[in-house]
Write a protein that binds this ligand. Structure first.
Ligand code: NAD
Ligand code: DAU
Length: 379
């Protein structure tokens, strides 16, 4: 197998840690460099099982620090970049949009420019190189909830692949859907996507962009819906449901996203875009009830005992109603499919958080940051 040196940015975060783990284990000939600033969302404890692997290396770098990024890329002769580092939480972006513009827009630009300068300095230039940018379905905006012919949603509909599944509307996000971001987070991701495509169109950089739906699974920071609610249910704390809980999200198990990233990094078409999603739409309130039932069952509590923790609170500003990805292109062109049924994935996820209370406690108390702060200070 060919040897490669790949930088994975944001590898200490939720999705990034799954991508790092997959690449380190699957490609012993590759050198995998996890480039991460370790913000509040970065936690090296997510990678304990691979941190001593001979093909793994960690570099504590801010993607906005162009000199350090450029230096690393040159020194390590990097030929592939999988760029996940970002500020990722919509609620934080509403409070602090500047940080999102800095990291997601300027940070992505800094990664692109550093890769461009290094790769253009080589005799072979862009040959064998790849800049793969991980983005979100939120850049497409929001879809309507519709009720065709009086049928109460979710109703069975057909994807362009021909497969049938349950949906809350007729429309889907396609690779061709016009960008229409609403939150500072999605606006910053949309802007970064445009920069990535501009580097292909202007300089010929071999880029790829993918837009994925909501991920769930182990190691997700407990500010996001599913891990926050699992933790709260366990500790019998209120579950703050925004608005009426009617918003719809399309959920994908994180390891299925990581598998798609692997496939697209190696086989995706340069300059192309792929949507990644599970054809798995859920209203927030329904998913919350499933999470409550699963936690209660696994903890041996009475069925439905914790439903009273549901607390309807003021809606998120500009809350997008429905996201729904059509991932037919990825399925048809590269043969990718989600491997887990949602019921299986959510059971696995709840079990993981209940079995890893120490991880959750360290994250919620902030202890993980002090530990690694000491370890990496002065490097
Ligand atoms: P996360 O918040 O869990 O992790 C982000 C990681 O990026 C952290 O390790 C953090 O330390 C690092 N980081 C942040 N700012 C940095 C900087 N300036 N320099 C270097 N590192 C920095 O995020 P996630 O949920 O794993 O999302 C990863 C990527 O996938 C993001 O680009 C996000 O937009 C995208 N995405 C996420 C989802 C989802 O459901 N979580 C869905 C689709 C796309
Ligand atoms: O669609 C992909 C996106 O999914 C990613 O790009 C983002 O990085 C990721 O954070 C996620 O965004 P969401 O805003 O959809 O995820 P979040 O977990 O914050 O919220 C999921 C839904 O649950 C959303 O409709 C808001 C609602 N919610 C969320 C929280 C945290 C609540 O009702 N209460 C809550 O406390």
């Amino acid at each position: 197998m060919m040897s490669r040196t790949i930088v994975i940015t944001g590898g200490a975060g939720f999705i990034g840690s799954h991508v790092v783990r997959l690449f380190v284990n699957k490609y012993p000939n590759y050198k995998i460099i996890n480039l991460d600033k370790l913000t509040y969302a970065g936690n090296l404890a997510n990678l304990r099982d691979v941190e001593k692997a001979p093909n793994y290396k960690f570099a504590k770098i801010d993607i906005c620090d162009f000199d350090s990024v450029y230096d690393l890329i040159c020194r390590e002769h990097v030929d592939g970049i999988i760029h996940l580092a970002a500020e990722s939480h919509v609620d934080r972006s509403i409070k602090d949009p500047f940080t999102f513009a800095r990291t997601n827009v300027l940070g992505t630009l800094s990664m692109l420019q550093a890769a461009k300068l290094y790769w253009e300095s080589l005799p072979e230039k862009y040959e064998g190189k790849r800049f793969y940018h991980i983005s979100t379905d939120e850049v497409y905006g929001a879809l309507e909830l519709t009720d065709p012919e009086g049928v109460e949603p979710p109703f069975t509909t057909r994807a362009s692949s021909g497969t049938h599944h349950l949906a809350y509307g007729h429309d889907f996000f396609y690779e061709t859907t016009k960008y229409n971001p609403h939150s500072p987070y999605s606006a910053s991701k949309a802007s970064s996507d445009h920069f990535v495509r501009a580097f292909h169109d202007t300089y010929g950089m071999p880029t790829i962009v993918t837009n994925c739906s909501n991920n769930y699974g182990p190691y997700q920071f407990p500010e996001k819906l599913i891990p926050l609610f699992i933790n709260n249910i366990k500790h019998r704390k209120p579950l703050p449901v925004y608005g009426k809980g009617e918003n719809v999200r399309d959920w994908l198990y994180v390891e299925d996203h990581a598998r798609a990233i692997d496939l697209i990094f190696h086989n995706g078409k340069v300059a192309d875009t792929y949507n990644i999603g599970g054809f798995n739409e859920w209203k927030n309130i329904d998913i919350i009830k499933v999470v409550i039932a699963t936690v209660d069952r696994l903890l041996g509590r009475k069925e439905g005992e914790d439903l009273n923790l549901i607390t309807f609170v003021t809606d998120r500003a500009g809350h997008d109603m429905r996201y729904a990805i059509d991932s037919t292109k990825l399925q048809k062109e590269l043969g990718w499919e989600p491997s887990l049924q949602f019921e299986e994935g959510i059971e696995k996820t709840v079990r993981w958080y209940l079995d890893n209370q120490q991880w959750l406690d360290n994250v919620t108390s902030g202890d993980y940051q002090q530990y690694y702060e000491k370890m990496y200070s002065g490097r």
